[in-house]
Each structure stands twice: as structure tokens, then as C-alpha cells.
Design a protein around this ligand. Structure first.
Ligand code: SF4
Length: 289
């Protein structure tokens, strides 16, 4: 008797956006890595390790960033049709990317593929508007499942629901933002990171910001409390990437200066560089008034 494992194919896509003439903006090498894509990939790896879909199901994970990779819906659909089950998650979708996400979703839904959308547009509009945003409603009308909030500790529920063909129209975790200490690390395979200029990957040492700038969406989505990774977590992220020859990190904190653990994290990074002689660099955005 053969011991056949079923395959569930999870395809994570970070959509790009359209230019003024309606073309998808795309580069041979994109500038900024998508931390949402890395976070979801890391969480999916953890789900695969924990066999959240059962011992007899292999969770196969694909990750694509449309800013550096052409997305062909037929090919994406084939990754799922070639498995026993699966779904597409359009991740980290911001407002200017939502029209593109809807177009990708529409063409996948026509092929009968299960699709979910998460990111700042879904989360931000649900947090700030009294009614569902019209574009978000369009997604729901297509049968796309919506995810608001952050996926730490929640991805396995969505995967199980998809595997059982019982995906809910909306997963709303906006009032329950997760702690990050000990959470799965953001990680992407080197072959995806090499598609960014300078082979940069991302590191979110923390999320949330205590300030209340009137123009800021971040605090409506990631909250005003500093949630942070431990120094051990950050060391694991650095070592995992060095092991695949990736040495450059874009720190994506909303406000690293207000990350309550900044000093312990930087002390650990100094120890790794100066104590152990590990070679790695950081990029961080500095806004000044
Ligand atoms: S994240 Fe930046 S823009 Fe937003 S509230 Fe904090 S300091 Fe202001």
C-alpha cells in the first residue's frame, strides 16, 4: 500500500499597481522588499512544520512579488490545480494596489480558485469607515475572502477553513493585534530576495507607534502600542538570512525610535557584527521635519 500525501498549494502574491496608462508597474529588480510577503511566508512555513492541515497533508508554499515578477493567472491557477487543494492569498495590499488585486482575483475566481485578500486597504478601511469600502465590497461579491488585522496565530485557521472549503467572507482581527515576541520570523527564499536591487530582505523589529499624526494610516491598522520582537527573534532572522547568503536588511518598523526594545535589539546586532564578525547591513527610512 502506498502512503500518498495530499498536497495543499498556498500561493502568496504581493500585487503591484497600475501606472496612469493602465500598465502594471514592474521592474527587473524592485527597490523595496515586501515585509508582508516575508511575514506570511514565514507564518506559512511554521504552519507547514506544525502540519496544521493534518499529518497526511503537505503544505506547499509559493511566494511572488509582482513588482519584480510577472503574474500570469493561468500559471498561478495551475500551481493549485496541480495539487489536491489550495488557495491564493493577495497579501499586504495597499489602497493604490487594490484595483490590481481585484483584477488578479477576478481572473482567478473565473477559474474557480479560492482567493483571499489582506493588507492595509482592507484593514484600514474597516478600521476607519462606517461602511464597507465599495472596492472591498466588490471583492466580497466575487467570493473573495477578506482578512483584516495581522496573521500571527491566525493563518492556520484560514488555511484549515480553505482546506475544508469553508472560508468565511471576513476574518476581522483588528481589535486583537498579536504580540510579536517569539512569533514566526519573516523569511523569503533567497531566489525571491535576489529579485530586489541589492538583494535586500526585510526585518520588522516592531509594529505600532504611540504618536497620532493626522495623515497617518499606520496607527489605524497596526495600533498605537509598541509591539516588538525580542533580540533573540531578530538574531534568528539575521542568522537565517545569512545562512542563505542574504546580508542586507530593510528595517520596516512604523517608528523604530519608539520600538520599546530598540536598545536590546541594536546591542545584539552590534554583538553579532563586532563580537562574531558577521557581515550584514541595515537600511532604514529617516523622516525629518
Ligand atoms: S508612524 Fe510615523 S507618521 Fe504614523 S503616527 Fe507614528 S510618527 Fe506619525
Amino acid at each position: 500500500m502506498t502512503n500518498h500525501k495530499r498536497r495543499f498549494s498556498l500561493v502568496l502574491i504581493k500585487p503591484s499597481h497600475y501606472d496612469d496608462d493602465g500598465y502594471v508597474i514592474q521592474w527587473l529588480r524592485s527597490a523595496i522588499p515586501s515585509n508582508s510577503l516575508a511575514v506570511l511566508y514565514g507564518l506559512a512555513l511554521e504552519c507547514a512544520e506544525h502540519k496544521v492541515l493534518g499529518n497526511d497533508v503537505e503544505l506547499e508554499i509559493h511566494a511572488f512579488d509582482e513588482t519584480n515578477t510577472r503574474i500570469r493567472p493561468k500559471h498561478v491557477a495551475s500551481l493549485i490545480e496541480g495539487a489536491d487543494a489550495g488557495m491564493v492569498m493577495l497579501v499586504g495590499v495597499q489602497s493604490n494596489q487594490f484595483p490590481r488585486a481585484l483584477d488578479i482575483a477576478a481572473s482567478l475566481r473565473r477559474r474557480g480558485i479560492i482567493v483571499a485578500i489582506g493588507g492595509f486597504h482592507v484593514s484600514g478601511t474597516i478600521a476607519m469607515l462606517s461602511e464597507l469600502d465599495p472596492d472591498v465590497r466588490r471583492a466580497q461579491e466575487m467570493g473573495v475572502s477578506l482578512f483584516a488585522g495581522e496573521a500571527e496565530g491566525r493563518l492556520e485557521e484560514v488555511l484549515r477553513d480553505a482546506a475544508n472549503n469553508q472560508l468565511k467572507p471576513l476574518y476581522n482581527f483588528m481589535n486583537d493585534l498579536p504580540n510579536l515576541e517569539g512569533a514566526a520570523m519573516p523569511l523569503l527564499p533567497a531566489e525571491r530576495i535576489l529579485r530586489t536591487a541589492g538583494a535586500n530582505t526585510s526585518l520588522d523589529a516592531g509594529r505600532g507607534c504611540p504618536y497620532q499624526c493626522s495623515f497617518c494610516t499606520i496607527i489605524n491598522v497596526q495600533g498605537r502600542k509598541s509591539r516588538y520582537r525580542s533580540a533573540d527573534d531578530c538574531e534568528r532572522i539575521v542568522r537565517a538570512n545569512l545562512a542563505q547568503d542574504i546580508h542586507r536588511f530593510f528595517i520596516t518598523d512604523d517608528n523604530f525610535a519608539r520600538n520599546k526594545n530598540w536598545e536590546a535589539i541594536l546591542d545584539r546586532m552590534i554583538q553579532l557584527r563586532e563580537g562574531e564578525g558577521l557581515q550584514f547591513n541595515f537600511i532604514i527610512q529617516v523622516d525629518t521635519l
